[in-house]
Design a protein around this ligand. Structure first.
Ligand SMILES: C[S@@+](CC[C@H](N)C(=O)[O-])C[C@H]1O[C@@H](n2cnc3c(N)ncnc32)[C@H](O)[C@@H]1O
Length: 362
């Protein structure tokens, strides 16, 4: 994998976290480089960074005062890893997308795949904006659509698009609108007797995902399964159902995305539940769970890969009790059964339909 990059005559080392076997993937994109080029002569000291996925901006702008709005635990690890790799301090001034920002003069934003997350970022910026605020958004042209422009126009009066450079382009936003009616950027999904809440940008907006629905229809929890883990828990709908099926249980939810964890905290606030924002199970106690449930991740922004899920499966094997069960739902074409067969003694497809299968491992 290519890890060396020269930016404004300085060389940096930038590696991906988590590591990947796909050698074509790099820890930066031309969209991020184009943003850096655009701001090279700007004197602004106080810069807010949104969606700096692997830390290219944190490294290249290390001499400035930066605030990093983070979304993924794995993103924090990538940023800190790359700061260390370039001999910078790995202390980062983080904020979540749900926190108030002090004053935004210049914001750099790598446009996320989720339109909702894009709007959440823009609203957060707008709340802390002044007449001089400038927002520089970078994107790869193949990932752009007019829907992003519709969102932008709700918050800013001046919207300019740059020329393309190496298949990347910029949207530069200026003059925040004087009057914007802020919405609460939370969706509500009615599911059985529950009303599930989720912050904008969390998996499966507006409805329970069809794979998840199939899983929930077939989910069973035994009376003696008291310690339950939901891996890649999203809004927490699977954990909630598991808890409802065994109200004596204690559920732990893990997700890499801080807005997913924040959403599940809304949905399980009065339940016996622990919430962990993490991208692996390394800090979870070994042999501690009776039942692990999951609809594991497969899409990461515009990339699809099963490496992350396979790593989570190894973690599940470690934290499951000897007689514990691991129940998951997956797209049939992913062929997880073969991979799981290398980790568990018994791997059975307990239910399937045209698209999905539910696998039980013990
Ligand atoms: C397919 S969604 C399932 C969400 C939820 N369980 C549901 O069924 O609606 C997968 C989830 O995995 C999370 N995720 C991605 N990478 C992860 C990782 N390395 N560790 C934990 N969660 C991860 C995503 O943020 C997303 O919420």
């Amino acid at each position: 994998m290519d890890t060396k990059i020269e930016i404004n005559s300085k060389e940096y080392q930038l590696a991906r976290y988590p590591k990947t076997v796909d050698k074509s993937l790099r820890a930066w994109s031309n969209a991020e480089l184009l943003v850096l080029d655009y701001i090279v002569d700007k004197k602004t000291e106080n810069i807010h960074l949104f969606n700096d996925r692997f830390g290219v901006w944190n490294c290249a702008l290390n001499d400035k005062k930066l605030v990093t709005v983070w979304t993924y635990a794995s993103q924090q690890k990538a940023i800190e890893q790359n700061l260390k790799l370039n001999n910078f301090s790995d202390e980062v001034n983080y904020k979540t997308p749900l926190e108030d920002l002090n004053k935004v003069d210049l914001a750099l934003l790598k446009i996320p795949k989720s339109l909702e997350l894009f709007e959440l970022f823009l609203q957060q910026i707008h709340k802390a904006a002044n007449d001089k605020t400038e927002v520089v958004c970078g994107f790869m042209t193949k990932h752009f659509s007019a829907s992003y422009l519709k969102i932008v126009e709700q918050y800013f009066n001046v919207v300019q698009q740059s020329k393309a450079w190496k298949k990347a382009r910029l949207l530069v936003l200026e003059q925040p609108k004087k009057i914007v009616e802020y919405k609460e950027l939370v969706n509500t999904i009615n599911w059985k007797d529950n009303s599930i809440k989720q912050h904008y940008g969390v998996f499966s907006s507006g409805k329970v995902d069809i794979g998840t629905q199939f899983f929930l229809e077939h989910l069973n929890v035994k009376e003696d399964e008291l310690n339950i883990l939901d891996v890649a828990s999203g809004n927490g709908v699977i954990a909630l159902e598991a808890f409802n099926l065994n109200p004596n249980s204690n559920v732990t939810l893990i997700d890499d995305f801080n807005l997913a964890i924040a959403s599940s905290q809304l949905n399980l606030k009065d339940k016996k539940a622990n919430f962990i924002c993490a991208d692996n199970l390394n800090d979870v106690e070994k042999n501690s769970f009776d039942l692990v449930v999951s609809n594991p991740p497969f899409h990461f922004e515009h990339e699809n890969n099963i490496e992350v899920a396979l790593n989570l499966f190894k973690g599940v094997q470690n934290c499951l009790k000897i007689n514990g069960r691991f129940l998951l739902v997956a797209n049939k074409h992913l062929n997880y059964k073969t991979h799981l067969g290398k980790l568990f003694n018994e791997v059975i497809v307990v239910d399937s339909n045209k698209k999905f299968e539910i696998i039980e491992c013990s």
